[in-house]
Design a protein. Structure first.
Ligand code: ADP
Ligand code: MG
Length: 471
């Protein structure tokens, strides 16, 4: 951007921020690891009155930087030019080459020939992503119908027109539309656009007196896929145009596929005749994923990740299960959770353990802490080691009872605020020196014996977080 500047605007040029020096300040502030992983490839695009525009290669990197480093980066920028009060991002997918972006990209070249897309000044608009296809869409009971309908539509063997897919945020609607678009574009002209973008483009065409072009764009396509149709509300003139486009496409036998966050009849401020058109084909919904589907998705993404990182990213099965059981809201959050694990392991060179994971994923987990009582600890430990409570509390000293007993005493010490004598009393009136001995023994063994450490960690989680304490 700074190139080709004539002398006349040298003054403007001189006012611009020196991005190289910002980068070296970032390097010293954040350290090499963070700088290399996240900040090095930020591209400076332009500076405006009170903000700067920078570019990164993926949305994931943008979100990561925004959630962690943006305040400090802004400070650095401000110290160079105090008029700057914010930083804006643009995402330039073309430059994307990071391994961490497995979900947003792969190495296939995108064949855009049959895909119409509309360019904007900064955002290149092309929503077909080769990495969201039918092959990597994991099917479970909550999304089976939507998957099958999409598959049929994409193979031209259905009479469903339009196909209307609805469901909550992050359930896989865009993924399915994308997969249909990918299949189609081998032989057909496809237009894949979000309703928001459709409206934006519509308004822009009116302003620029470009309606003919706009109509051509949309009416010449063999398949029109519109994502998030709930945003196409209000704006009578636009609905009018949309209705005509819709009818024209149906008349000429083009396939229409729509997604929304709700069923057609619940759409707000959309004309009745359009809603009834939406319901005229097949309406399917995607529901929240159950544990099985979440686990299958996590397994499949972890498998891909491990391949991508040449077997260096072995997310343990324990961790996979933990994520599947705790990140419940949506598949998007599940994928986001895995991305964070990847980032963590890239920065720290190790897979996080469960406690670290809880920190990394804090905002995604709604772990409600149990009220920890010694009784709960005893019950959980007994169940875990398959012994009875009587055995645990007895004075028998067989090895298979001693370790669980010591473990329970240890957990009582670290998870409750009870005093040593109090703990002793709840373990059949044992002396407080016995309690001390147990705590010390387990403390020492944790450092030496991996299996025991894993058991203690598992138990801690069950006691703290699993309401039902299922084992
Ligand atoms: P929506 O459009 O419903 O908000 P997306 O299609 O954007 O949700 O899905 C969110 C993320 O979850 C995407 O990364 C997508 O690839 C992934 N995803 C959703 N459903 C599945 C699935 N069944 N199998 C694999 N990945 C999925
Ligand atoms: Mg979507």
């Amino acid at each position: 951007m700074n190139k080709n500047l004539s002398k006349d605007n040298k003054e403007i040029y001189e006012k611009k921020i020196d991005w190289d020096s910002i980068q070296s300040e970032m390097k010293s502030k954040f350290g090499h690891d963070i700088y290399d992983s996240w900040l090095k490839k930020i591209e400076f695009i332009d500076e405006f009155n009170n903000y700067i525009l920078i570019s990164v290669t993926t949305r994931f990197i943008r979100d990561w930087i925004t959630s962690r480093y943006i305040d400090q980066i802004l400070q650095i920028v401000k110290s160079n030019n105090k008029n700057i009060s914010r930083i804006e991002f643009t995402v330039n997918h073309k430059k994307e080459n990071r391994a961490a972006n497995i979900y947003e990209n792969n190495n296939n070249k995108i064949n855009t020939e049959n895909v119409s897309f509309i360019k904007d000044t900064y955002l290149q608009y092309n929503r077909i992503d080769p990495n969201k296809n039918f092959k990597n869409f994991v099917v479970g009971s909550s999304n089976k119908l939507a998957y099958e309908a999409s598959k049929k539509v994409s193979e031209n063997i259905s009479q469903y027109n339009p196909l209307y897919i609805y469901g909550g945020v992050g359930m896989g609607k865009t993924h399915l539309l994308n997969a249909i678009g990918l299949n189609y574009k081998q032989q057909k002209k496809v237009m894949f656009i979000s309703a928001e973008r459709f409206m934006y483009q519509f308004v822009k065409s009116i302003k620029n007196n470009d309606m003919v072009k706009f109509k051509d764009y949309f009416r010449n396509t063999d398949a029109l896929l519109i994502d998030d149709i709930q945003f196409m509300n209000g704006k009578e003139a636009m609905q009018e145009e949309f209705f005509h486009t819709f009818n024209a496409l149906l008349d000429k036998g083009s396939q229409i596929i729509l997604s929304a966050d709700r069923s057609p009849n619940k759409l707000l401020r959309i004309q009745e005749r359009i809603k009834s058109r939406f319901s005229g084909g097949l309406v399917v919904d995607i529901q929240s994923p159950d544990y099985d589907l979440r686990y299958e998705i996590v397994k499949s993404k972890c498998y891909d990740l491990n391949l991508l990182y040449s077997n260096q990213l072995n997310i343990t099965n324990e961790l996979q299960k933990f994520i599947s059981s705790e990140v419940k809201n949506s598949i998007r959050e599940l994928v986001g959770a895995l991305n964070r694990i990847v980032s963590f392991s890239r920065i720290y060179n190790k897979i996080p353990n469960i406690s670290e994971t809880k920190i990394i994923l804090k905002d995604l987990l709604n772990l409600s802490e149990n009220k920890v009582t010694i009784d709960l600890i005893q019950t959980t430990v007994c169940k875990y080691f398959k012994i009875s409570k009587n055995e645990m509390l007895s004075s028998r000293r067989s090895r298979y009872l001693v370790r669980p007993r010591q473990t329970a005493i240890y957990l009582a010490k670290i998870l409750t605020s009870k005093s040593l004598p109090e703990i002793g009393r709840t373990f059949s009136n044992r002396d407080h020196t016995t309690v001390i001995h147990s705590v010390k023994t387990i403390d020492r063994l944790i450092k030496e014996d991996n299996e025991l450490k894993m058991n203690v960690d598992n138990l801690k989680n069950k006691i703290l977080y699993n309401k039902d304490n299922e084992i």
